[in-house]
Design a protein around this ligand. Structure first.
Ligand code: GDP
Length: 447
């Protein structure tokens, strides 16, 4: 998980502080040293670390935390605010041109995930109702053109190509004309990469830039390369000028050094992060939410957004109605489980809930995969072995019915009992929630 080890170390530091009640100056100094070590081990640029810790210390002294009744909380708050600032303060959105098409130029070294990110960005923009056009300008690797075509086909997004031997600048220029005449409002240019930065690559990118005048130049870098990614971003920004960075492979980067250093070192904001190989695995980069995740304060906003994106709106409405009328049946429960399964992995969800970092570790070998989860499969099997009447009214499920259901679902009577008990408690909870009145007199369920 992203920032896993940093999160763990910072939380240990705060735990120590909490244990102290009132803090001495020594406690604060020790905490600062721990934070410094934790950041260095996360591969954050050492200059960035130095400034960061100095700022925290200055603010901690200024805020008189030694006098505060909850000094540990005060330190956490300061660290949270400064981490957010370090990563850019607020979210940096894509520039959308007033007159279409918006031209986005994607650059990056080979293997960073550039072509994949073109596909991911296209997916995201298409979901927002845009009509993107992909441009295959990586002419040195025929495989790259094919790769983009395959992605385009998958997403039903057109890919602009030209015959072999055409200059990338001409390709980009012609692509814009094509977009204008085909009502594509976003053009995403997949430029060529190289193994290392060299003059030839920079010249080519500069020529494309001066010909098509992109609204956004995004550099794609691999988070797993840590400070190398930051150095690459610095060079590209100096030579080419960047509007933002796409940080890929965050799913494989437990340290997080690049995410924490890019903005501070280059001045360029991270706009997106790649969190997996799938074409949906792109997220906007919210510094405040990231900081909360690092401090295990949770990222409930992202979780809600994910749920809203994933859940079927009609299903959700139906479910809410059943809740409110207190007619929630085992059939509804089964439907609800199908929705939850779509969220994918429990691992990701827990990471977004406040204070769950520790719990996740304790859970150890629990099955994180929601789609193929054994416990969920058991529950489904039990419910499916019931008759419609039983699902509608669990009160009729007596001893002999329980036995029949258990043998029908390949489970034990205890499993059936457990499920029925859980379902009863759930209904009780729901009743409480629906009866609770919000401030404005409306039921809480109505939002
Ligand atoms: P390019 O040479 O920069 O165009 O790189 P590609 O787009 O071909 O990506 C290189 C490899 O990285 C491919 O195997 C991708 O599936 C993988 N990749 C790209 N982005 C991500 C990401 O966010 N997470 C993971 N785990 N893999 C990624």
């Amino acid at each position: 998980m992203i920032f896993e080890s940093l999160a763990e170390k910072l939380q240990d530091t705060f735990k120590k502080l909490r244990g102290h009640g009132r803090l001495s100056e020594d406690d604060v100094n020790t905490a600062m040293r721990d934070i410094r070590m934790a950041l260095l081990e996360a591969d954050v640029n050492f200059k960035v670390v130095k400034n960061f810790v100095a700022k925290i210390k200055e603010r901690a002294i200024g805020a008189n935390i030694l006098e505060s009744l909850t000094p540990a909380q005060a330190v956490i708050q300061i660290v949270n605010e400064e981490l957010t600032q370090l990563m850019g303060g607020s979210v940096s959105r894509l520039t959308i041109a007033p007159n279409p098409p918006t031209i986005i130029m994607m650059a990056g070294l080979q293997g960073a995930g550039k072509t994949t990110s073109v596909g991911k960005l296209g997916t995201m923009l298409k979901k927002q109702g845009k009509r993107p056009l992909f441009v295959a300008a990586d002419i040195y690797r025929p495989a790259a053109i094919k790769q983009l075509q395959v992605i385009g086909e998958q997403l039903d997004i057109p890919v602009f190509t030209m015959p072999e031997g055409t200059n990338p600048v001409t390709i980009a220029d012609e692509a814009i004309k094509h977009a204008l005449s085909h009502a594509n409002d976003i053009v995403i240019i997949d430029t060529a990469g190289r193994l290392h930065i060299n003059e030839e690559l920079m010249q080519e990118l500069k020529s494309i830039k001066s010909t098509v005048h992109p609204h956004e130049i995004l550099l794609v870098v691999d988070a797993m390369t840590g400070q190398d990614a930051v150095n690459v971003a610095e060079s590209f920004n100096k030579d080419l000028g960047l509007d933002g960075v796409v940080l890929t492979k965050m799913d494989g980067d437990a340290r997080g050094g690049a995410a924490l250093s890019v903005k501070a070192v280059t001045g360029c904001p991270i706009k997106f992060v790649g969190t997996g190989e799938k074409l949906e695995a792109l997220e906007m980069f919210y510094p405040d939410r990231m900081a909360s995740r690092i401090l295990d304060m949770g990222d409930v906003l992202s979780l809600i957004e994910k749920a809203q994106e994933t859940f079927d709106a009609d299903e959700a409405k139906k479910m809410e109605k059943a809740f409110r009328k207190n007619q929630f049946t085992l059939d509804d429960f089964l439907d609800q489980m199908q929705q939850v399964k779509k969220l994918g992995s429990l691992d990701k969800i827990l990471g977004m809930l406040p204070g769950m970092g520790g719990l996740k570790k304790k859970m150890g070998d629990i099955d994180m995969d929601l789609k193929n989860n054994k416990e969920i499969a058991h529950i489904e099997a039990i419910i499916r072995s019931m008759t419609p009447a039983e699902r509608n009214n669990t009160k009729i499920i007596n001893g002999s019915r329980r036995k029949r259901i258990a043998s029908g679902s390949g489970t034990k009577v205890q499993d059936v009992n457990k499920l029925l008990k859980q379902f009863d408690e759930m209904k009780k909870m729901m009743k409480k929630m629906t009866n609770m009145k919000g401030k404005n007199g409306k039921s809480m369920m109505k939002g």
